[in-house]
Design a protein around this ligand. Structure first.
Ligand SMILES: Nc1ncnc2c1ncn2[C@@H]1O[C@H](COP(=O)(O)OP(=O)(O)OP(=O)(O)O)[C@@H](O)[C@H]1O
Length: 585
């Protein structure tokens, strides 16, 4: 129960609703328990009439009163049972909502490393299935427990008052029922977890084959994927059958135990009536109804116990993530406006998970408004520099200064708000093109969106689609070409008009002519912005105020275009190679 303590703050938050819910539950059960007494007394009235103890008129009158009471009690009990679900189950839905929000909010502040070391499926499971199991504790488990306690206390008082010995015999099989249901519920849970796992394997496999359908078709391996699917499906079928077997035992077991209790009531009650230990025959009928009313609540004791155990395990998994601290922490709540000076002083950086030293003693200085181009072979550490400027990781040695202040001291959100980042793999959401661009500036007008798209030279492509800027992208929409995606992603960054612009090899899928035009627009737009362009092409770098060349995490060359083409080295070679490629075209 330790893990479930986390939920106490929510119980406190909804305490009034819960208290009302509990009071309603008690009222509902008290009224429901009028039924057996009224039926017992009705039978006694009939018996009295048969024995000639009461007159026909009195008989009719008493029976009528009983029927009216029965009807009234049933209506009130029904109404309060409805209200009981409306309060307690609703509270569980509120808590489920709050808990999901709490987890999602926490996911958002966790660092990239957290996402790398945990699978997406796991993150999804904890926020959906685990929260669902916890809800069963905060809602149904509490409701049924209250139900059982009230019913038991009230029924027991009535029963002992009427026939104490019969009460004892009647209740004898009930603890056996509770333990049996508990054992069965655990078995059912175990098997349903196995079914869930197998379903998740099956759906992951299916999803992957749908995503990679073009590869499957082009390699002609449909029979192999069909065979594998059938295999997984057959495994799932077997697990479902195993589950159904134990589920099928649930109700027969309950019926058997109720049957035994009923038999005991009739047998022992009958003997007691004959011996004169019980005064009225109606008591036997009353007790049969009590037994039937108590069976389900007693069965739920076992069921609820297993619900609580499952909720505890799920909450433990949730807490594990909630207690994970973000590696990158915001040190100040005060906003720190960013001008755009960037300085790297002997920066080295090792990726903790792979132990790869991505940067070694890197230094450079950029004044606000300057443009820096970073070139180098693949894996030389170019993207890492951009990630460090956005403080996606903290460095091990050296210093990164933004506006002469250490990056870790700045307000993290001010820093990130002042950056427009275009990643290597443009990621667009399943939404309209317009909204994808507006992602950079939520309140942008249509004119601003169009202007940004024009500057990224993607406007013409967009208006060719029949729905223009409202064209939906992604799974149920159209697919943009690699170059179009890159340009929409550029439009998203420039619409924000940030102080710092980071372009990570984002013109690689664009032809050199378009690249030239975009770069020309960027020169205008980024006049007073600090800009860093990562590229494999000299054409993207040549107009930069500063160029650095990286090799294996180290700066091996720096200067500007003119100085570097006149120096032997990587840049000059690249320039000559790319120049001759251009001439060949
Ligand atoms: N998130 C990461 N976790 C662990 N190692 C990483 C991570 N990202 C990059 N690396 C490693 O760090 C080194 C530098 O990678 P980086 O992405 O900075 O290179 P790059 O110059 O941008 O390459 P490319 O031109 O291919 O984009 C590589 O060896 C890479 O394998």
């Amino acid at each position: 129960m330790k893990a479930l303590k986390h939920l106490n703050k929510y119980f406190f938050k909804y305490r009034y609703r819960l208290i009302i819910g509990i009071i309603i539950t008690i009222i509902a059960k008290i009224f429901a328990l009028f039924t057996p007494r009224l039926i017992g007394s009705s039978i006694n009235v009939v018996s009295d009439r048969l024995n000639g103890k009461i007159s026909q008129v009195l008989f009719k009158e008493e029976l009528m009163v009983n029927i009216l009471y029965l009807l009234g009690a049933a209506i009130i009990a029904g109404l309060f049972t409805f209200l009981m679900r409306q309060t307690i189950i609703n509270v569980s839905r509120y808590i489920e909502y709050d808990l999901k929000n709490e987890i999602y909010e926490h996911y958002q502040v966790l660092s990239l490393n957290f996402y790398k070391s945990n699978r997406t499926g796991d993150l999804m499971n904890r926020i959906s299935e685990d929260v669902g199991k916890v809800r069963m504790y905060v809602g149904p488990a509490i409701m049924y427990t209250m139900n059982t306690i009230t019913l038991f206390v009230v029924a027991l008082i009535y029963m002992i008052n009427t026939a104490p010995k019969l009460t004892l015999y009647t209740l004898l099989p009930l603890p056996i029922l509770s333990v049996a249901i508990y054992k069965l519920s655990r078995l059912i849970n175990k098997r349903s977890t196995i079914v869930q796992q197998s379903l998740s394997t099956l759906s992951t496999y299916t999803q992957e084959t749908f995503s990679g359908i073009s590869v499957i078709k082009s390699y002609g391996i449909e029979p192999r994927t069909n065979y594998e699917f059938e295999n997984l499906s057959a495994q799932n079928r077997q697990k479902q059958i195993n589950l159904t077997k134990v589920q099928a035992l649930f109700f027969p077991m309950m019926i058997l135990l109720i049957g035994i209790s009923n038999l005991l009531v009739i047998y022992i009650g009958g003997i007691q009536y004959i011996n004169g230990e019980i005064e009225n025959i109606g008591t036997i009928a009353e007790f049969i109804i009590y037994v039937n009313m108590l069976t389900w609540p007693v069965a739920t004791v076992g069921w609820v116990t297993s619900l609580v155990q499952q909720a505890e395990a799920s909450q433990q998994r949730i807490n594990e993530f909630l207690q994970t601290e973000p590696e990158i922490k915001n040190q100040t709540t005060e906003l720190t406006p960013i001008k755009g000076d960037i300085e790297f002083k002997h920066v080295s950086f090792v990726y903790p998970d792979t132990n790869i030293e991505a940067l070694k003693d890197v230094s450079f200085t950029l004044k606000s408004g300057d443009t820096l181009a970073i070139l180098g072979k693949t894996g030389s550490g170019k993207s890492t520099i951009l990630d460090l400027i956005g403080r996606l990781h903290d460095i091990d040695s050296g210093e990164i200064l933004i506006d002469d202040t250490p990056i870790s001291v700045l307000n993290l959100y001010s820093l990130r708000h002042s950056i427009g980042y275009v990643p290597q793999d443009a990621f667009l959401f399943s939404d309209s093109i317009k909204n994808n661009i507006k992602f950079g500036k939520e309140d942008a007008t249509d004119d601003e969106v169009i202007e940004a798209a024009k500057n990224a030279r993607v406007h013409k492509n967009i208006i060719e689609f029949s729905k223009g800027y409202d064209t939906v992208l992604g799974e149920r929409g159209i697919t943009l070409s690699g170059g179009q995606k890159q340009r929409v992603s550029i439009a998203r960054a420039i619409i924000k008009k940030p102080q710092i612009l980071l372009f990570d090899d984002c013109l690689s899928a664009v032809d050199t002519e378009t690249e030239e035009k975009i770069l020309k627009n960027l020169v205008k737009l980024t006049k007073d912005k600090t800009t860093i362009i990562v590229s494999h092409r000299v054409s993207s770098a040549k107009n930069a105020d500063q160029i650095i060349v990286l090799e294996d995490g180290r700066v091996i060359q720096s200067g500007n275009h003119d100085s570097l083409i006149n120096t032997d080295g990587y840049y000059r070679e690249l320039y000559i190679n790319q120049l001759s490629e251009k001439e060949m075209l």
